[in-house]
Design a binder for this molecule. Structure first.
Ligand SMILES: Cc1cc2nc3c(=O)[nH]c(=O)nc-3n(C[C@H](O)[C@H](O)[C@H](O)COP(=O)(O)OP(=O)(O)OC[C@H]3O[C@@H](n4cnc5c(N)ncnc54)[C@H](O)[C@@H]3O)c2cc1C
Length: 443
């Protein structure tokens, strides 16, 4: 093929997920000729999450996104933690109304990725991006100095040239590894396998079971305690319009070590006396699993090289405790696109020029939070008592506090305290709290 016949774009974006379509929207709006390459039949067909999307990130990428009628399920109007005990108890620590309801735009919307990603990629097309579905990027084209100048796809004569490539390939970051930017495959100790069921129920049933007045109200909770057999893991429950998403994430190495089958762990969770009535009579619509990179800061690849930048899950940009991944992916995609636009203005796509991308990430919550939470995954691994001992104790202590046993409160408090020290010696419990504080604060 002669040079004239080469397929050329100003930029190539790999993966039409949260990060990729965000990058393509920004590039397209700036008038650049951008190819958005997606291996799935269509955008969203390969993607899976809990979950809720954060409006601050959507607004930053596409300020008029609400006018474009995104396919949301429900806004999150109640959020927080549920603690399940082994004896069937459920302690709720959720927030609704108040500050959560004060903002003009809800903080987050519960969403199904198949519908949302298709819409998100359509916004990129409307901004001018050229979406190429059913096409997998398999390698890169490089110049003599090793700088990336395009991609090779699995299509015959499918090479596509561009001076800058933004990799948004998700958690299985094979291309990032191929460039030598990621040190290795995701380690089982640094990734959670999240599995969930989508269970169909009439809207009125969902509203009644979750205490929601109508479908303009939705619940998003993280579930701790008797969820994952006391092993490092966290559950979730999200209310969609006419279905609920229930699932949990467990560290991959734990599943392997205890020879647990994800389906069995999920079934056990669904049969918990506090969860079973919520899903009772529902019809299974979907069952799926997807990896979550939890290594964060410690697993982060080099974020740029000559002609290339990496964004989203491919760069381990997930804050697992807060279920933040989509917002980091969208904003990282946007910042990579802005860096590419600046590089076009300078006509310089070298690593030194694209280094601005890392500075931009550092100026925002993305690198700051990931650095702060760098020890959190390790903390969970070494403190399984937060999945088991403490949720059980909290349930029991609260039940005792609100029961009138007809005995002096002094005796009751002594019993509650005794129960804690029976489950976990006091000094160790104090140490656990300090360790948790340090893991969250990044000290
Ligand atoms: C069960 C679960 C629940 C979650 N809940 C939440 C939540 O509530 N809130 C939240 O913010 N985050 C949540 N997350 C995390 C969130 O889903 C991710 O952080 C986010 O989707 C990352 O976006 P991304 O664009 O980096 O990757 P993805 O969304 O995974 O997109 C990657 C895209 O690249 C395509 N692709 C991959 N390789 C190639 C290739 N070689 N060529 C072409 N295309 C390719 C894929 O098909 C895919 O479309 C959850 C994750 C899981 C698994």
């Amino acid at each position: 093929m002669s040079d004239n016949e080469q397929i050329r774009f100003d930029a190539v974006v790999v993966g039409a997920g949260m990060a990729g379509s965000a990058a393509a929207i920004v590039l397209g709006k700036a008038g650049l000729n951008v190819a958005l390459i997606e291996r799935g039949q269509k955008a969203g067909s390969k993607n899976y999450f809990g979950g809720a999307l954060y409006t601050h990130a959507l607004k930053e990428v596409l300020p008029d996104f609400m006018d474009r009628k995104p396919p949301f399920e429900r806004p999150v109007t109640e959020a927080g933690f549920w603690f399940l005990s082994r004896d069937g108890g459920l302690m709720k620590a959720t927030i609704e109304g108040g500050k959560l309801a004060e903002t003009e735009l809800p903080d987050a919307y519960i969403t199904m990725r198949a519908a949302f990603d298709a819409w998100w990629a359509k916004q990129a097309q409307e901004a001018g991006a050229f979406l190429i579905p059913k096409t997998t990027v398999v390698d890169f084209i490089r110049d003599e100095q090793g700088q990336v100048i395009g991609v090779q796809t699995d299509r015959p004569q499918g090479d596509i040239y561009a001076p800058v490539v933004i990799i948004c390939e998700g958690v299985n970051n094979l291309l990032t590894q191929k460039l030598g930017l990621a040190r290795r495959d995701v380690e089982p100790a640094h990734a959670a396998l999240a599995f969930k069921q989508v269970i169909s129920l009439p809207m009125e049933t969902i509203n009644a079971r979750f205490g929601l007045p109508d479908d303009a109200h939705g619940l998003a909770v993280s579930v701790l305690g008797d969820v994952s057999l006391g092993l490092p893991g966290m559950g979730f429950v999200y209310t969609n319009k006419k279905s609920i998403s229930v699932g949990l994430g467990v560290m991959l190495d734990t599943l392997a070590e205890y020879r647990l089958r994800p389906y069995d762990v999920l079934q056990r969770y669904l049969q918990h006396p506090a969860i079973a009535p919520l899903v009772e009579g529902g019809q299974l619509l979907e069952y799926g699993a997807h990896l979550i990179p939890e290594g964060g800061w410690r697993d982060m690849p080099q974020l740029y090289a000559g002609g290339v930048m990496v964004a989203g899950d491919a760069a381990a940009m997930v804050n697992a405790l807060h279920w933040e991944g989509t917002n980091m992916a969208m904003i990282a995609g946007k910042l990579a696109a802005e860096t590419a636009i600046e590089a076009h203005k300078r006509g310089d796509f070298s690593a030194a020029s694209l280094a601005r991308y890392r500075d931009k990430l550092q100026d925002r919550f993305i690198l700051q939070d990931l650095k702060q939470y760098r020890n959190f995954a390790r903390f969970l691994e070494t403190h399984p008592q937060f999945m088991d001992v403490y949720p059980n104790f909290l349930n029991s202590a609260l039940a005792d506090f609100f029961s009138a046993y007809g005995k002096p409160k002094k005796v009751l408090f002594r019993e509650i305290f005794g129960e804690l020290t029976h489950r976990r010696p006091l000094l160790k419990a104090v140490g656990d709290m300090i360790s948790m504080g340090k893991a969250v604060m990044g000290w």
